[in-house]
Design a protein around this ligand. Structure first.
Ligand SMILES: CC(C)(COP(=O)(O)OP(=O)(O)OC[C@H]1O[C@@H](n2cnc3c(N)ncnc32)[C@H](O)[C@@H]1OP(=O)(O)O)[C@@H](O)C(=O)NCCC(=O)NCCS
Length: 334
């Protein structure tokens, strides 16, 4: 049985979003001080649009009707694939921990998963956060995978080294031309990008129970629509094979105008038929050069990789990304 009260936060509810932002930022200051606080209006847009028009549900948690908000629960049940899965986030305000609130929110998440027939739960925490790991273990979860967050500071990058890396990659990739585009893309281009987008399924997933994500034109359109709805600017460089016209690889960078000094590296993928030509390196350096001109105010860029994705990590390290923190994903089967 679930105790306490859960208030679903709707994107149009400014008061609830302000409370949610306050709570997330109070927890972030303690749990993840390297990340910038999230502005409330951006949080509202995230709740409305999600990653690809399939937003998570968010709840404010009060232990009783007249009590203050002490926590937040987020649940995301994918709709296009992985219908067995529910991804959960539980956060208790730092002033109210070890009082059973996290457990109450987790019970509610499990109740919701059971209600809609989801049998695999995922929840993440920082690898060095022993308390959060103990909490997940106490709630029946086990470690299943890990992701690494790296930062790059463009003004600290060694440009001579970068130029040298680019020259070598350019020679290996001489059969390809690079093309730069910004969102929104037309349907013809997005159709060409479906296969290379789906190549992200080749990235390692540790011990997580997961099936390949399904990509089609509508999903790529929804991803761009969600980004634009959140006010994001999307920069994409892709490599086209000169002879066949096929798209061999792409990389996407996101800049959120309400956090203008902070860039986000989104997916980079090279299709398996086009590997071995240093396209990953070429695409990423091209993107750095483009962004340096288009968004010169960027001070720091964030990227995430599965911590065992040696190839992508070695590219990232060579172009100046440095490890910031490892995050673990825990899984529980219901
Ligand atoms: C992890 C988190 C949600 C726990 O919230 P909470 O309200 O303190 O959780 P509870 O009081 O229900 O704790 C339940 C049990 O988890 C374990 N636990 C929780 N925090 C712990 C800590 N800091 N150290 C050791 N064990 C801990 C204990 O077994 C605890 O039972 P106990 O207090 O009777 O010993 C909270 O610390 C938090 O918000 N962390 C940041 C977000 C995060 O990493 N979430 C991870 C899950 S998505």
């Amino acid at each position: 049985m679930t105790s306490g009260l859960f208030q679903r936060v709707s994107p149009g509810d400014a008061d609830a979003i302000a409370q949610l932002a306050e709570l997330i930022n109070a927890a972030g200051a303690v749990d993840d001080p390297d990340s910038p606080p999230i502005p409330a209006d951006l949080l509202g847009r995230q709740l409305e649009f999600g990653w690809d028009l399939e937003p998570s549900e968010r709840f404010l948690y009060r232990p009783s009707a007249d009590a203050a908000v002490v926590g937040t629960l987020s649940v995301h049940a994918p709709q296009r694939d992985n219908l067995q899965l529910m991804d959960i986030g539980v956060t208790t305000h730092p002033d109210h921990r070890r009082a059973g609130h996290g457990t109450a929110m987790m019970s509610e998440a499990i109740r919701r998963a059971q209600e809609i027939g989801r049998t695999i739960l995922w929840a993440g925490c920082a690898h060095d956060d022993e308390g959060a790991a103990a909490f997940l273990t106490a709630n029946g979860f086990g470690y299943a995978s890990h992701e690494a967050r790296r930062y790059q500071w463009p003004d600290r990058v060694d440009h001579d080294q970068l130029d040298e890396l680019y020259r070598t990659a350019e020679q290996a990739a001489s059969d390809y031309e690079l093309i730069r585009t910004t969102a929104p893309s037309d349907d013809e281009l997005l159709t060409e990008l479906i296969e290379v987008t789906a190549a992200i399924n080749d990235a390692p997933m540790g011990e997580l129970d997961f099936e390949d994500e399904k990509f089609d034109l509508q999903r790529l359109k929804d991803f761009e629509a969600a980004a634009l709805g959140k006010g994001e600017k999307l920069y994409r460089t892709f490599a086209r094979h000169r002879d066949t016209g096929k798209v061999g690889g792409h990389t996407i960078m996101m800049v959120q105008p309400s956090l203008p000094t902070y860039g986000n590296q989104y997916d980079t993928a090279v299709h398996r038929d086009h590997r071995g030509h240093r396209l990953g390196m070429l695409l990423k350096i091209d993107m750095m050069r483009w962004l340096a001109k288009a968004e010169p105010q960027i001070e720091r860029i964030e990227t995430w990789n599965h911590a065992d994705n040696d190839y992508m990590i070695s590219v990232n390290e060579k172009i100046g990304y440095r490890l910031n923190r490892i995050y673990d994903t825990y899984q529980r089967k219901l």
